[in-house]
Design a protein around this ligand. Structure first.
Ligand code: NOJ
Ligand code: CA
Length: 704
């Protein structure tokens, strides 16, 4: 179906009711109440099924060096309701079509004395609320600096939350599950469990924040369309359970340089009494602008392997030599340096990966550590370490490209910037052109370490503008981007679908850096993935990392069957089979699922879900009538029961089930799986036991 668009301005609400407004969602399940307090402070309040879910919460912004902030003393000038309903086609996604259906209220405010105007635009969907601040063009508000955004999200009680500390530089944390009142007490532990980074407020948490009320209502707070603004975390008042927005400061401590006309990102609350509806929500995407790339034919989901896990585990190295971290001394002639013997990105080895990819039907091979500079990448003076075009002496870009091409394999480029964004921008055109010249159409970029310019943070406005610049420039070159350590996504992939991946959370790499909690992937879809897909890099079959590197005693805290389930649970148009070919060769029957699972979907069904405990999702292949089911289970063993009623009535299918064996356990017996086949229809009910840290995967193929 083509786009159906209907933007109808219904009527102008009569002036006498202007200070108190009500908005209902299309189905009527939500009611949002806007009102001005006595002192002219704008507020909102939200009801779900007639129950208050967000208490009266203040809205506004504190400005820097300004006599009067945009906090109070407002009057309502007008309030425009509107309704919108369309269906739009995705370039890639969890389904081919998405409905964008909401009722809107645009409240225009004018401040007494300053005569400044600000619009608060509310959009109420059947799955929650989004609103943003808009600063129209006007005489009295042109340039302004945000000292802090003071948006409140007032909770109705001491909810359970899945949270990570409000770090300005990383989201690579394990989640803590606790009551809101317990955050302060658990904060230090949550921080020391990870972080190299700094700047904490003791009750500050990141979004997307997943909560559950005592009476079973799920509340997810995040933001959408974070562009030219700072990333928001939330400060909790743990006496009143009121969250307040906390923007990431820049090097000077400022939180946003603005010029009207401009807008803030959307503040979002996805709410339901069914956890599955949180996963099914498309509000974040719907609040982003439609696709700005006219020809999207070059944007293609990718299943890939990579010269990667062997470096992450410490079996191999990114760097070519141990001779020098000595770029400062002018020793830059790598051809004269002694190879360290562990450099993985060499022609012979990369060709082995290409052969493996071709043999098993993958689309692409990622190679990290191919370019000069890795000896110095963590250094203080890293500003000029990488130029993104100069390979090490043992890696021949043209030869590898020709070889890959002959086998029908694409190469994926790697640009580690080490956080030196100016250096990346200096080289970007040359680097992207180099990619095009050598047959690369996708790049994994990375921002490890402290930011340069010094004092900037991974999530401050100026740095966010860099990530956006990289995405848009890549689109000019028809290049797809998968950015690691960049800001967590907020649905921008709708507007720029060449952003096919982000990391921005604790990915599989941490299973080699000490491990992640066994229930980690039962939380990520409720938090990090609310904003867009994650390059989680699943598919680890050898859980005992010491088998790869005797000096690394890390353990991958999942079963093998769980790793298979992640290809469905952790939606991404970019999926990696992250383990080494030699480990896949030991378990080729289980590897078959990774070979079969698609990366393009027609639709998705959320069968079971409870954050922190379990998720089961079924997805239909975009290019066939086949379905794939994935489950990820938390720390407690459980029996998952699903009905295959999503299958087409009257059709017969064969299911191949990759499940935990009866004695499987993430810690003690992770490789115990069993594979079975059975005929199924849309009436079939399956009951599958999942181990601690376990899961399952099912491929369901139509029998013709
Ligand atoms: C961190 C990334 O998450 C990882 O995937 C990458 O290999 C390293 N940085 C090196 O760039
Ligand atoms: Ca990372």
């Amino acid at each position: 179906m083509n786009k159906i668009k209907a933007l109808i301005v219904i009527f102008l609400v009569s002036v006498c009711t202007l200070n108190a407004q009500e908005l209902k969602s299309p189905s009527g399940n939500f009611t949002m109440k806007f009102s001005l307090l006595q002192d002219g402070t704008p507020t909102y309040q939200l009801f779900y099924q007639n129950k208050e879910v967000i208490k009266t919460s203040k809205l506004g912004l504190e400005l820097k060096n300004d006599a009067k902030s945009l906090l109070n003393d407002f009057k309502v000038v007008s309030a425009f309701p509107a309704a919108f309903n369309e269906i739009w086609n995705t370039v890639w996604g969890e389904e081919t079509q998405i409905q964008n259906h909401y009722n809107e209220l645009a409240v225009r405010l004018k401040q007494n004395g300053t005569e400044r105007e600000m619009i608060i635009r509310f959009r109420l969907f059947n799955d929650g609320l989004g609103f943003r601040y808009e600063f129209p063009q006007q005489k009295n508000l042109v340039y302004f600096v945000i000292k802090e955004e003071r948006t409140e999200f007032a909770m109705t009680g001491d909810h359970k939350a899945f949270w990570i500390p409000g770090d300005y530089d990383t989201q690579e944390y394990d989640y803590t599950e606790s009551k809101l009142s317990e955050i302060r007490g658990l904060f230090k532990k949550a921080v020391t469990d990870n972080a190299s980074q700094q700047q904490f407020s003791e009750t500050g948490v990141q979004t997307s924040l997943m909560m559950k009320t005592a009476d079973g209502i799920y509340i997810n707070i995040h933001e959408a369309a974070l562009i030219n603004y700072s990333c928001m975390s939330l400060d909790l008042n743990d006496k009143t359970f009121v969250f307040q927005s906390h923007l990431t400061p820049d090097a000077k401590g400022d939180k946003g340089y603005m010029q009207a006309p401009c807008v803030s990102p959307w503040r979002t609350m996805v709410i339901s009494n069914d956890a599955r509806a949180i996963l099914a929500s498309r509000m974040t995407l719907n609040l982003n602008e439609p696709c700005k790339i006219e020809d999207t034919s070059w944007i293609k989901p990718v299943k890939y392997v990579g010269v990667w896990w062997e470096m992450i585990t410490g079996k191999s190295s990114w760097s070519y030599t141990n001779d020098f971290p000595a770029i400062q001394l002018g020793v830059t002639d790598y051809s004269k340096a002694k190879p360290n013997g562990t450099h993985a990105a060499n022609n012979k080895h990369v060709k082995e990966y290409i052969d493996f990819a071709a043999l098993h039907g993958f689309d692409a091979v990622l190679v990290e550590g191919w370019n000069e500079g890795w000896e110095d990448w963590f250094g203080q003076s890293k500003d000029y370490v990488f130029d993104f075009v100069t390979p090490y002496p043992d890696f021949n870009v043209q030869e590898i490209h020709a070889y890959a091409k002959s086998k029908g394999i694409k190469m994926i480029m790697h640009h580690e910037t080490s956080g030196s964004v100016r250096n990346y921008e200096r080289h970007m055109d040359k680097a992207y052109q180099f990619m095009k010249d050598n047959g690369y159409d996708a790049v994994k970029s990375g921002y490890v370490g402290n930011m340069l310019p010094r004092g900037e943070h991974h999530y401050s406005q100026w740095i966010l503008n860099h990530y956006q610049y990289a995405i848009e420039k890549a689109a000019d070159y028809k290049i797809m981007v998968n950015a690691h350590e960049a800001v967590r996504p907020t649905g921008i992939c709708r507007t720029y679908p060449n952003l096919i991946g982000n990391e921005s959370a604790r990915g599989t790499e941490f299973q080699a850096f000490g491990g992640s909690k066994p229930n980690h992937t039962t939380i990520l879809p409720f938090t990090r993935l609310m904003g867009g897909p994650m390059d989680y890099t699943p598919g680890i079959f050898e859980m005992d990392i010491a088998k790869l590197n005797p000096n690394n005693n890390s353990h991958v805290n999942t079963t093998l069957a769980n790793q298979l389930g992640l290809y469905v649970v952790m939606y991404s148009p970019l999926q990696m089979a992250a383990d080494l070919p030699e480990n896949y060769n030991r378990f080729l029957d289980a590897f078959q699922f990774i070979k079969d699972v698609p990366v393009e979907w027609a639709k998705s069904k959320y069968l079971e879900a409870e954050p922190g405990y379990y998720i089961t999702i079924a997805r239909k292949d975009k290019n066939s009538n086949n379905w794939f089911v994935g489950n990820s289970n938390g720390t407690t063993p459980r029996t998952s029961a699903i009905t295959l009623d999503f299958l087409e009535k009257g059709k017969k299918y064969e299911a191949t089930i990759y499940a935990d064996a009866a004695d499987a356990d993430y810690k003690n017996n992770p490789q115990a799986y069993k594979i079975s086949k059975q005929k199924v229809t849309n009436k079939t009910i399956l009951k599958l036991r999942t181990a601690a840290g376990g899961g399952y995967a099912i491929s369901i193929v139509e029998v013709k």
